[in-house]
Design a protein around this ligand. Structure first.
Ligand SMILES: CC(C)(COP(=O)(O)OP(=O)(O)OC[C@H]1O[C@@H](n2cnc3c(N)ncnc32)[C@H](O)[C@@H]1OP(=O)(O)O)[C@@H](O)C(=O)NCCC(=O)NCCS
Length: 159
């Protein structure tokens, strides 16, 4: 299940952000202050766009498993809406990212009315590329972003 993120989620978010393996394809691990800034950006996205990253919790226990949602990203000068996902390492390989990303894709198309969604993925991040493919996104192009080559996976509503 996905729910809104709150500042009180910082402790659990730090279990992802302080893990160098989980953050391997990001610029680095994050300090607690950077994690708080991350939550503030998510809350601003809720206000500005009506969406953002959400917290994924396990059905039943409600345990924090990760985050998945939508973020506006500029790609080659144009705004795109990205499906993003980051999960706690102990929950990897159970299909949780795929399940959450499918729900986010459907929300983006059916509730928010977007015609196109993307995922921006480091070419070496094979697990993330696999999730994008399972969710129906296809590799469209490679662009230069964040100081490196990035794969742009995309899906259109009329697929
Ligand atoms: C990417 C991430 C969200 C995937 O989460 P997950 O819950 O393990 O994903 P799922 O279980 O739904 O699916 C993972 C798929 O990748 C595959 N996979 C995992 N590691 C792989 C690898 N090294 N090479 C190829 N495929 C791999 C799995 O086998 C699975 O595919 P399958 O169902 O066909 O077997 C998780 O690894 C993560 O949080 N990584 C750190 C943050 C991150 O990099 N996020 C993406 C940024 S673009």
């Amino acid at each position: 299940m996905l729910r809104r993120m709150e500042m009180a989620d910082v402790d659990e978010l730090m279990d992802i952000f302080s893990d160098p393996v989980a953050m391997r394809y990001y610029p680095g691990t994050k300090s607690r202050q950077e994690a708080e800034e991350w939550v503030l950006r998510v809350l601003r996205s809720y206000r500005e766009h009506g969406f953002g990253l959400w917290v994924a919790v396990l059905e039943g226990s409600g345990e924090f498993a990760g985050q998945c949602g939508l973020t506006v990203q500029v790609v080659e000068g144009k705004d795109e809406v990205e499906i993003g996902y980051l999960f706690l390492r102990k929950f990897w390989g159970r299909g949780l990212a795929t399940e959450a990303a499918r729900a986010v894709r459907d929300h983006g198309f059916n509730t928010l009315g977007y015609e196109r969604l993307v995922s921006l993925i480091d070419p070496g991040n094979l697990a993330s590329r696999r999730v994008a493919e399972k969710v129906g996104l296809r590799l469209e192009k490679e662009v230069w972003k964040w100081g490196k080559e990035i794969c742009v996976y995309a899906i259109s509503k009329a697929r």
